[in-house]
Ligand binder design. Structure first.
Ligand code: FAD
Length: 511
């Protein structure tokens, strides 16, 4: 299956492309249009279709192309926003409701797997969290107390499943793991069997809603009574862009020489944290480890993140081979809880599910349930908890858009001297760089054959300057997480338009 970066993930590499029944979008008005073929879009589409709604799911590339194919697929009720944080920011009742919602999610995943006979290596596991210094131990004790308050089954332990020195450890039960791509293929098949339309290579370019949602795509206009964005951040400029920050996270899957794979899930308490688990794929066991997260576009040497992860693991494990390494993007909400519900500015019939931090495997199914309830019953017990409109618009929202528009430099019709740029900038094959040239920024990339390509580095979404991601060979926008291929084509939203190509040819004649 194809993915949104140059590296290979364990999940995407081990499956062929999904082959849906349909290649064109239906002409009739559908009940619900779901945009985005990751775990959120597919689990929501299946729930709605089962609830009697006629659904169309569109995916810009192939299902699993985005973060769902680049995840590490822990199914947790223990979350990145710890329950002590949630209690202090939202109160104990809300924290209990968060726990209830994610616990139900894991049950839904398990029941989907049983009902649709999805062979995706699902296994229940315990999770272990351990401290490695006195400050972390204090933190761990606070987390322990809060987990007890919300009802999580947690206990102190003397042993952890990884060979790493620790001060204090806890075990929480009721966690799980699976092969995420095999799972979403199972969801897609069940959804299509239930009568749902699924169309790949169909990219939403713009939309509006006046009672009826109208989406313009490369395959034509789609009309739907309701529309859901399961694309992380929706296209266009929306309040949510200022409520979610994009992050990049790194994962590797290694074979161990001594076969001592951890039996359960383990997490340290550094910021960002490292984590470990084992998954068997096609008869081969892998130790999967992850971490080294940073804000998108805020690390110039992304390849070095893998080197750090690799050396951290090698300190504790006898690594025979690094079989896969990949990185992917997730979105961090400002107040720690996801945004699931009515899209701000479109409170009648457009919905969104985003801001899942590193817990989208479970939050996706919270979204499926919540959005299905909102659409079929008009309410959900989780509506206000996860309401995207819970935070009021900030003063300065319109200024932000304006400020960024001011930085736009129009390259249209402009051609730059290739020879001059070549003489000023050193770029190795396969590398990219944003450089200043005659007072303007240009994003340059030298392909493997040695040819230089130039694009305008101004992101077509909200006009920030993109940064080169050396390991995934993409241009990433640090503001709202839009990503582009080395030659400027949109990989992932919220941008809808490609980066503008800057002409470098024939300049000897021009000058
Ligand atoms: C390295 C890493 C490890 C993680 N590990 C875990 C974990 O262990 N457990 C956990 O719970 N969570 C984890 N997460 C988070 C989790 O993987 C994500 O939250 C989840 O996969 C998001 O799924 P999604 O369906 O919302 O988005 P995606 O899977 O990204 O799907 C969105 C889809 O929308 C499509 N799309 C975008 N724009 C358009 C458009 N305009 N038109 C049509 N289609 C469009 C994209 O092509 C994409 O396929 C991890 C994240 C990372 C980065």
């Amino acid at each position: 299956m194809l993915r949104d970066g140059a590296n290979k993930s364990l999940w995407q590499e081990t499956l062929p492309l999904y082959q849906p029944k349909h290649k064109i979008v239906p002409e009739k008005i559908v009940d619900v249009l779901i945009v985005g073929g990751g775990i959120t879009g597919l689990s929501t589409a299946l729930e709605l279709q089962k609830a009697g709604k006629e659904c169309l799911l569109i995916e810009a590339h192939n299902i699993g192309f985005g973060t769902t194919g680049g995840t590490t697929a822990h199914l947790n009720t223990f979350l990145d926003s710890t329950y002590d944080q949630v209690i202090s920011d939202f109160g104990e009742k809300s924290a209990q409701l968060v726990f209830q919602s994610v616990k139900e999610s894991i049950e839904t995943i398990k029941s989907n797997i049983e009902q649709y006979n999805i062979d995706c290596g699902f296994e229940h596991k315990d999770g272990y969290l351990y401290s490695q210094n006195p400050d972390q131990t204090k933190e761990l004790e606070k987390i322990f107390d809060a987990c007890k308050k919300v009802g999580l089954d947690i206990s102190y332990v003397n042993e952890i499943p990884v060979p790493i020195p620790f001060e204090k450890g806890v075990k929480f039960s009721g966690q799980a793991q699976f092969h995420p791509a095999k799972y979403i293929y199972g969801l897609a098949e069940a959804y299509e069997k239930a009568g749902g339309f699924l169309v790949q290579n169909c990219k939403l370019e713009s939309y509006e809603s006046n009672g009826l949602a109208e989406a313009r795509t490369n395959l034509g206009v789609i009309r739907a009574r309701k529309m859901i964005f399961a694309t992380h951040i929706p296209p266009g400029i929306n309040l949510l862009h200022f409520r979610c920050a994009p992050y990049r996270s790194y994962a590797i899957a290694v074979k161990l020489a001594d076969g001592k794979y951890p039996e359960h899930l383990a997490y340290d308490m550094y910021e960002p944290y490292h984590y470990y688990r084992t998954q068997e794929v096609n008869g081969q066991k892998y130790l999967i480890a992850g971490g080294e997260d940073h804000k998108t576009g805020h690390n110039e040497n992304t390849e070095f993140c893998f080197a750090k992860l690799d050396s951290y693991i090698s300190k504790y494990y006898d690594v025979e081979e690094v079989s896969f390494k990949w990185s992917s993007e997730y979105f961090e909400p400002t107040d720690g809880l996801p945004y699931i519900g009515h899209l701000p500015g479109f409170t009648d019939n457009v919905y969104v599910a985003t801001g899942f931090s590193g817990n989208g495997m479970t939050y996706s199914h919270v979204a499926a349930r919540l959005l299905t309830d909102l659409i079929t019953k008009g309410q959900s017990e989780y509506k206000s908890l996860y309401d995207p409109n819970r935070i009021k618009p900030v003063a300065g929202f319109s200024n932000f858009v304006k400020e960024n528009v001011d930085v736009v430099k129009e390259f249209i019709g402009k051609r730059l001297s290739k020879e001059k740029i070549e003489s000023l900038v050193e770029i190795a094959k396969g590398e990219g760089k944003v450089v200043k040239y005659e007072g303007e920024s240009i994003a340059l990339y030298r392909d493997e054959r040695g040819s230089l390509h130039a694009v305008n580095p101004v992101c077509t979404h909200a006009k920030c300057i993109v940064q080169w991601n050396g390991t995934e060979k993409s241009w990433d926008c640090p503001c709202h997480g839009a990503r582009y291929t080395a030659d400027g084509r949109v990989l992932t939203g919220p941008a809808s338009k490609d980066l503008e190509i800057v002409e470098l040819k024939d300049l000897v004649k021009v000058e």
